[in-house]
Every structure is written in structure tokens, then in C-alpha cells.
Write a protein that binds this ligand. Structure first.
Ligand code: PBG
Length: 325
């Protein structure tokens, strides 16, 4: 007879015991659901590389939000697909109060005052260069960009945004945006900083969705090098000093160590963006019958939570909510 004092399998012997000792779990409350907005009426077009994810015109987007709210999802991150002819060097369309995005934000907030609406602050959807910052002679100018971003953030706050999401990775933008929000009376508008946003190949399907890929070069002079993690701590420290309310890591799955690193070194809530390419990979493999898509989805989302993210931005949010009904 073998005498073992410790038998960890005892805590796995039945579903009931497993449930008792389960350390982490997911709830619809953990999610922010990203949504793509297009111009027009009664329009819905699927993002080819993201099966199940659509670009909606405002009327249909409102319906989609209502469906999601009924499923228990209460937070949304809205991204606009801007017509090529409206793009310019300074992203001026981002300040157009009668433009697609600000009109939609006002309408969404009016219809769903209890929802939390997050917005994206970066120049790329409106920039004729397809970059997150102002481009001069091939260079992304940091300080000139700050001014544009802060005006964009104030315009979005004015339209009803609850959470501003600077996704641009310019230096000093959180502090600059915080100051401009405050002097304009938006002290209650939160900032979820894209703290550690990596120069990643996982954003490909998103850029298809918005037609927002850079026209030249790449984003490596502002987004982080995937080889680095210490830099994430520097960014986290700066964002915290500058007034961020949440720190985000993006992408999520290949950066679980960075999520954990920030979690262990900050008292702020940590968010993670389970990005478009991460969604696309699961969908593609599931469509081929190579993996069980639903189980892989739940396992990935749980791993992000376990790593330390209390907020998860994910294209899976809606189907996760449906699976829990
Ligand atoms: C734009 C932005 C990007 C994403 C969110 N905001 C793309 C990029 O930086 O090129 C990517 C989201 C995703 O892939 O799901 N600044």
C-alpha cells in the first residue's frame, strides 16, 4: 500500500468539489464588447476575417446594443469606419460634431444611459496616413499629436463617452488628455489607457474592419516591441502618475505574462484586449473542425482573467453571454 499524505486529485474528484476549489471564473460583468460602426442606414456587413462580427450602421448598432444589454453585457467600445474621402493629415473628421462617430455616441448614450460607453482615441481611423499620430516626413510627431488627441477626447466626452481609451501610445498623452478633460468639466470621464500596447501582427483583421492600416511603414516607433516586458512597467508607472483609471495590456493571449506583471505591480484595475487576430485564429480553426471553438474560447478568456485582468475587451463577449444564458 502506498502512503501519500497529499493527494491533490481529492480536490478534483467531483464537479461539486471542483466548483468549491475553483479560483477564477468569468462573468458577463467582466466584458467590454467592441463594436464597429459604419455610415448609412440599415447596413450590416460581416468582417471577412472575423466571422460573426459585423460593421453596423447606427440604427442597427442600437439594436445590437439592445440585444447585448438583454444578455447582460453593459460596456461597449465603439470604433468608427470613416470614409476615405474624409481622412486627412490632422484627423479633423474626429472633431466633426455632425460626423458619424460623435453623432452615434450621443445617440447611444441617449438610448442607453446606463451602459458604459468606451471610445477610442487615436488618429488612425481618420488619418490619411493611417497612423495613430501626426506624420511629418515619415516621422510620427509626438507632441503635435497630443493636442489632436486631447481635442478628440474632449469631443468624445462631450458626446457622452464614459471611458476614453487612448490607443495611440504617444508619450504623455494620458496626462495631457486628463488635464484637458478636467479643464473642460469632464472630471467624471474615465481613462482606460492602452498602457502596454505592442506592435503586433494580431491587429490585422481589425485594420480590415476599419480599413485603417498604415499607408507606409509600421507602428514600431510608438507601439512596444513584443520582446520586452520591463518597458510595460515604465509605461504603467507613467500612466498611473498621469491619472489613468485602468491599465490595459494588448494583445492579451501572447502577453499573459505582461498582464500578470502589471497586476503584481499596480493597485489599478488591469484590462486586457483579446484582439481581432486572436478571435480570428479560434474561429478559423473551429470552422475547420480542428478545435472545439466554444471550449477554446472559454479557456482563453479564463486564462486572461487568471493572469490578472479584471476587465476583458473581447469580440467573444456576445457569444460568451449567450453561452451563459
Ligand atoms: C487603433 C487601434 C487598433 C486596435 C484598437 N485600436 C489597431 C492598431 O493599433 O493598429 C486593434 C484592435 C484589434 O486588433 O482587435 N489605434
Amino acid at each position: 500500500m502506498i502512503q501519500l499524505t497529499q493527494r491533490p486529485r481529492r480536490n478534483r474528484k467531483s464537479a461539486t468539489i471542483r466548483n468549491l476549489v475553483q479560483e477564477n471564473s468569468l462573468s458577463v460583468n467582466d466584458f467590454i464588447y467592441p463594436l464597429f460602426l459604419i455610415d448609412g442606414k440599415n447596413k450590416k456587413s460581416e468582417v471577412q476575417s472575423m466571422p460573426g462580427i459585423y460593421r453596423y450602421s447606427l440604427d442597427l448598432l442600437l439594436k445590437e446594443i439592445e440585444i447585448c444589454m438583454n444578455l447582460g453585457i453593459q460596456a461597449f467600445d465603439v470604433f468608427p469606419n470613416i470614409a476615405e474621402k474624409l481622412k486627412d493629415k490632422t484627423a479633423s473628421e474626429s472633431l466633426n460634431k455632425r460626423g458619424l462617430y460623435l453623432t452615434a455616441l450621443r445617440e447611444i448614450k441617449k438610448r442607453f444611459p446606463e451602459a458604459a460607453i468606451m471610445t477610442d482615441v487615436a488618429m488612425d481611423p481618420y488619418s490619411s496616413d493611417g497612423h495613430d499620430g501626426y506624420v511629418k516626413n515619415g516621422e510620427i510627431l509626438n507632441d503635435k499629436t497630443l493636442d489632436i488627441l486631447a481635442k478628440m477626447a474632449v469631443a468624445q466626452a462631450d458626446a457622452g463617452a464614459d471611458i476614453i481609451g487612448p490607443s495611440d501610445m504617444m508619450d504623455g498623452r494620458v496626462g495631457y488628455i486628463r488635464e484637458q478633460l478636467d479643464v473642460n468639466g469632464f472630471t467624471n470621464v474615465s481613462i482606460m489607457s492602452y498602457t502596454a500596447k505592442y506592435a503586433s501582427a494580431f491587429y490585422g483583421p481589425f485594420r480590415d474592419a476599419l480599413n485603417s492600416a498604415p499607408k507606409m511603414g509600421d507602428k514600431k516607433t510608438y507601439q512596444m516591441n513584443p520582446a520586452n516586458s520591463l518597458e510595460a512597467l515604465t509605461e504603467a508607472e507613467l500612466d498611473t502618475i498621469e491619472g489613468a483609471d485602468f491599465l490595459m495590456v494588448k494583445p492579451a493571449l501572447s502577453y499573459l505574462d505582461v498582464i500578470k506583471l502589471l497586476k503584481d505591480n499596480s493597485t489599478l484595475p488591469i484590462a486586457a484586449y483579446n484582439v481581432s487576430g486572436e478571435y480570428a485564429m479560434v474561429k478559423a480553426a473551429a470552422a475547420k473542425g480542428w478545435i472545439d471553438g466554444d471550449r477554446v474560447r472559454d479557456e482563453i478568456l479564463l486564462s486572461i482573467k487568471r493572469a490578472g485582468a479584471s476587465v476583458i475587451l473581447s469580440y467573444f463577449a456576445k457569444e460568451f453571454a449567450i453561452s451563459r444564458k
